[in-house]
Design a protein around this ligand. Structure first.
Ligand code: NAD
Length: 260
């Protein structure tokens, strides 16, 4: 099986959660990393942890808000300046956008979720794909969700944008496969990250642990996923071995999206 050794991988939302776990997995395989996030303090902490564990890899950090097109263009440019190429792109940054019934969902918040979860992914594709086309090689993983495959109550904008990410993934996959650019998405279920901790707090402010237990019990595996379990799949999708899996939305959810 091929690894990510010497591959240049760009990861957005890299400071914590799924992005950080993927960064650690890629670093363990010897990748060079461009880590992007808007939370500067958390990104520096993430960098320190990775450098301590994997001192041999090359790593840059870039502060950027993925909903700002100029900032996205800039993180792609900075990565090219540092490494000269982009082999893998983990288009991961996203937000939940609170939990409210559809008819009460605040329109400004809806627009913000679209800006980050949908346009942020689109801008990333828009600026990274031309780099990969020139190379004749690239691997892209967009982050959708089980909420990109199924509805979820109280998460109007999140569900809408995660379904849209699945759509973007299919378009990128069919337009650029001929150029050696392979694009897939992942659809994680509840994975234990800061975002999900926050979600449980919103679901049950007095007893977030009860919300966590309820989510675990609804899952066929009777537990939440761990970020490392997602990172292993992402590492494969970013590797040379992922050569003919293209345009897929891959659930990483303990079987949740298969249950009736
Ligand atoms: P998280 O909140 O734990 O981490 C997200 C990271 O993205 C943070 O470091 C944050 O600073 C960064 N970020 C947020 N907005 C940004 C922006 N505009 N520009 C740049 N960086 C930004 O979240 P997570 O659970 O690791 O989620 C990562 C992705 O996975 C998201 O797209 C999320 O929707 C998706 N997802 C997560 C789960 C889950 O259960 N954790 C399930 C399905 C999908």
């Amino acid at each position: 099986m091929s690894t990510l050794k010497e591959k240049t991988i760009v990861i957005t939302g890299a400071a914590m959660g799924l992005g950080l776990a993927a960064a650690k997995e890629a670093a363990s395989q010897g990748a060079h990393l461009a880590l992007v996030d808007l939370n500067e303090a958390a990104l520096q902490e993430a960098k320190a942890a990775i450098v301590e564990s994997f001192p041999e890899i090359e790593l840059i950090t870039i502060i950027a808000d993925v909903s700002d097109e100029a900032a996205v263009k800039n993180y792609v440019g900075e990565t090219i300046n540092a490494f000269g190429r982009i082999d893998g792109f983990y288009n991961n940054a996203g937000i939940e956008g609170g939990q409210t019934k559809l008819i009460d969902y605040d329109t400004e918040l809806f627009k913000k979720v679209i800006d980050i979860n949908l346009l942020g992914i689109h801008y990333g594709l828009r600026y990274v794909i031309p780099v990969m086309q020139k190379q004749g090689y690239g691997r892209i993983v967009n982050v959708s969700s089980v909420a990109g495959l199924l509805g979820a109550v109280d998460r109007t904008a999140y569900v809408a944008t995660k379904h849209a990410v699945a759509g973007l993934t299919k378009v990128a996959a069919i337009e650029y496969a001929k150029d050696g650019v392979v694009t897939n998405a992942i659809a994680p279920g509840f994975i234990y990250t800061p975002m999900v901790e926050e979600a449980f707090l919103i679901m049950n402010p007095d007893n977030p642990k009860a919300a966590e237990i309820e989510a675990s019990q609804k899952n066929p595996a009777k537990r939440l996923g761990q970020p490392e379990e997602v990172a292993k799949v992402v590492a494969f999708l970013l590797s040379e071995d992922c050569s003919y899996v293209n345009g897929q939305i891959i659930a990483i959810d303990g079987g949740q999206a298969s249950a009736y």
